[in-house]
Design a binder for this molecule. Structure first.
Ligand code: FCB
Length: 434
């Protein structure tokens, strides 16, 4: 199924750096391309009190310690430096910093984040700071979360305090991570707190409120500026291609079309309409692959199908989604035409125990990014999801996305590089598809 245009076509912006070479057998990326890795607070930090704290995943595990990154960020930054990454996308946990509506930010926790940002700077790693990544303070959550219009003002208060406090250390801000995934898992699929199903009205109000908060955050961030350099700000869209396994299956087609409309089109509309697009300086993209429907069911391990069973149907997946590298190229070109902003790939990665598969997936997707760039898409960076194996929300610790593994059976939670880490290191250091 083709994606459809939801935003009028505009000319692309001026490119940052020189065009990559397409003829060279080593596929080089533009000068200044930002190679990074990513995590989010709830998934790695541990010691957080938010709506996920009491959640127990099907593997019987919770996120109360996670990777203990809260205590080990110095060690993890050292590991990032060894990996050769130039950037790190991290989220700042709202629930740590604000204990009540309009309360002053907690100084101790703020200083801890400042120290982390200082360590990153000392390691030569540029931070991209995410303001909202699937979690909220309990006082927000208990009052209806993002279905409540008052959350927009509460978030604005948080951002109004946070941004000036970090302006000397942060110049790249990512307002919302995947409002689409957050709203659908929380209010349509019943997988994230508060575990509601098929509440389309709630889905829409979450997206609209997040869209409004995104606009306000962009304004606050641009007004504050940054002592660290030119401000960049944007939200991140998860782009999933939806389609059917077989042609001429009206019900499957209807499911794919409806999923696309709700997940992609409504969200893009909410974040780009009424000047919201002009408020951002970049478009963030998280891309993992596609979901195809067959006999009314989606063909993904995330919906309980085994990789082996899917492979027999011709659906090649990691432990989450069908992989579809050509879709990386098409979505980059599509976003470039629709949105007209520079793009950061703020997440891409694969989860499984088969490192050969993950390495092949990385190469194929980076080649697709390169192809999109040679056709004019202004892609500024690529962040591998994730630095560490971590708490994968509704799945607990069973989905292994890390460049580094974490031995969760050992109380010291030691980290070990996986084979893919060496491949990614080559990409970072040599600025090319490894
Ligand atoms: C994305 C999320 C991220 C992680 C990856 C696998 O949707 O942003 O936190 O769960 O998927």
């Amino acid at each position: 199924m083709n994606t459809e245009s939801v935003v009028p076509l505009v000319d692309g912006p001026k490119r940052n750096g020189t065009l990559p070479s397409a003829t060279n057998s080593a596929l080089h990326f533009p000068k200044n391309f930002l190679w990074g890795t990513a995590t989010s607070a709830t998934q790695v930090e541990g010691h957080i009190t938010n709506e996920w704290t009491n959640f127990v995943a099907p593997d019987g595990k919770h996120c109360r310690v996670a990777c203990d990154h809260y205590h080990r960020y110095r060690e993890d930054i050292q590991l990032m430096q060894d990996l050769g990454v130039k950037a790190y996308r991290l989220s700042i946990e709202w629930s740590r910093l604000q204990s009540a509506p309009n309360a002053l930010l907690n100084r101790t926790e703020l200083e801890r984040y400042c120290d982390k940002l200082d360590c990153l700077r000392a390691a030569g790693i540029t931070p991209m700071v995410v303001l909202h990544h699937f979690s909220n303070p309990l006082w927000i959550y208990r009052n209806g979360g993002w279905t409540n219009p008052a959350t927009v003002a509460a978030f604005e208060n948080f951002v109004t305090q946070l941004v000036p406090a970090l302006r000397s250390r942060v110049r790249i801000w990512n307002t919302f991570n995947e409002p689409d995934t957050y709203a659908s898992c929380s209010y349509l699929l019943g997988e994230f707190p508060p575990f509601h199903k098929v509440r389309l009205d709630s889905f829409r109000s979450v997206i609209n409120h997040m869209g409004a908060a995104h606009l306000r955050s962009c304004e606050i961030i641009r007004r504050a500026g940054s002592a660290a350099g030119e401000i960049e700000v944007g939200y991140t869209k998860n782009w999933t291609h939806f389609g059917t396994l077989k042609p001429n299956r009206p019900w499957d087609w209807f499911m794919a079309k409806t999923s696309h409309t709700i997940f992609n089109r409504w969200v893009m509309d909410a974040f780009t309409r009424a000047g919201r697009n002009n408020a951002a300086t970049f478009q963030g993209l998280n891309y993992y692959g596609r979901v195809r429907f067959h006999n009314g069911h989606s063909l993904t391990p995330a919906r309980g199908r085994s990789r082996e069973e899917l492979a027999q149907l011709g659906v090649f997946s990691d432990d989450m989604f069908e992989r579809y590298p050509p879709g990386m190229e098409t979505v980059l070109l599509d976003l470039h035409r629709r949105v007209g902003l520079p793009i950061y790939i703020t997440e891409h990665g694969a989860a499984c125990d088969d490192e050969k598969f993950r390495i092949a997936d990385l190469r194929a997707n980076l080649t697709a990014v390169h192809r999109a760039i040679t056709q004019g898409a202004d892609v500024r960076g690529f962040f591998y999801w994730s630095l560490l194996d971590n708490f994968e929300w509704q799945f607990g610790y069973t989905k292994k996305f890390g460049l580094l593994s974490v031995d969760f059976s050992n109380i010291k939670l030691p980290r070990f590089p996986k084979p893919i880490a060496e491949i990614f290191r080559t990409a970072c250091l040599e600025n090319r598809v490894p």
